[in-house]
Design a protein around this ligand. Structure first.
Ligand code: PDD
Length: 281
């Protein structure tokens, strides 16, 4: 395997960044994860748009123009012989002597890109069975709309899920409403067939998969309600599922030990999963 690090392709095992990289010291950086299908980047434009937005919110410069960046992503995918998997890219504010305040203007941002294959058959097997989620308090900061590499609360939540034999942790805000999963967006489907997912303000990451599911729902004539919902409403919903670039649409069959719907993967979620790549670009 090879990784792209600040201008060169290096063996993955030797790829390294400086100890004074602000990503390492302060989690001062952002990232993107883009699915690779048949060697192509899925929804590349939307991922680039979101990257630019995350960087802009933090006043970090784009490490290079979109076009060459796209070429680096594709080249990293090619060099790693990834047909189906993901490409990961991370931009940090760069290397500077440790000081909380931003380094002097002109300090170049640091760029790292990796790519790896994913066994989507295993993913499909999970989807066919459906997955379990648990709930956890959402104790993250108030700008999780920025795809920052500061993911410690997310890591702690995912670990708690693992230890309970669950696939994901759904994060619940102080008022008892689900925001999203530790690395996925959260959805339920009501008894009358409407898809419900939280509106995308500063309290969730606006998933690219989420946006493309909106497109798919429009095509399929499915109604979407962007609003908050509780764990209790989710447990009593017809279906529930989660979404992300690597899981696509993943049906949920159990929330905090209670079955969702009839305890089997829902038909609408399963159908959306099957059709997702017909609308993704
Ligand atoms: N996670 N919410 C959070 C907190 C996320 O980290 C992610 C993505 C999503 C879904 O976004 P998208 O549909 O654009 O993947 C929602 C990536 C996959 C990760 O951290 O690995």
């Amino acid at each position: 395997r090879v990784a792209y690090v600040n201008g060169s392709y290096v063996p993955h095992g030797e790829a390294a960044v400086h100890i004074e990289d602000r990503g390492y010291q302060f989690a001062d950086g952002v990232y993107e994860v883009c699915e690779v299908r048949g060697g192509r980047l899925v929804d590349e434009t939307r991922h680039m748009d979101r990257l630019e937005r995350s960087l802009g919110e933090l006043r970090i410069a784009m490490p290079m123009d979109r076009k060459p960046l796209g070429m680096v992503l594709r080249e990293t995918v090619r060099r790693n012989r990834v047909r189906n998997g993901l490409v990961y890219l991370q931009v940090t504010r760069g290397v500077a002597r440790r000081d909380h305040a931003f380094p002097k203007p002109g300090t170049p941002p640091a760029l790292v890109v990796t790519a790896k294959s994913i066994d989507f058959a295993k993913n499909d097997a999970n989807a066919a069975k459906g997955v379990k989620v648990i709930s956890m308090p959402d104790n993250r900061w108030e700008r999780v709309d920025i795809k920052s590499v500061g993911l410690l609360p997310n890591c702690i939540a995912k670990q708690a899920a693992r230890e309970k034999g669950a696939y994901e942790a759904w994060l619940v805000d102080d008022d008892g409403f689900v925001t999203e999963g530790s690395s996925t967006n959260a959805w339920i489907i009501t008894k009358d067939g409407a898809l419900v997912t939280r509106f995308a303000d500063n309290g969730i990451l606006k998933g690219i998969t989420r946006t493309t599911i909106f497109d798919l729902c429009k095509r399929e004539g499915l109604r979407i309600e962007e609003r908050k919902f509780t764990i209790e409403e989710a447990q009593n919903a017809r279906e529930a599922f989660l979404s992300s670039a690597t899981t696509i649409v993943m049906p949920i069959v159990e929330i905090d030990g209670r079955p969702v719907g009839n305890g089997a993967p829902g038909s609408i979620a399963t159908d959306l999963r099957a059709k997702f790549h017909e609308v993704a670009e």
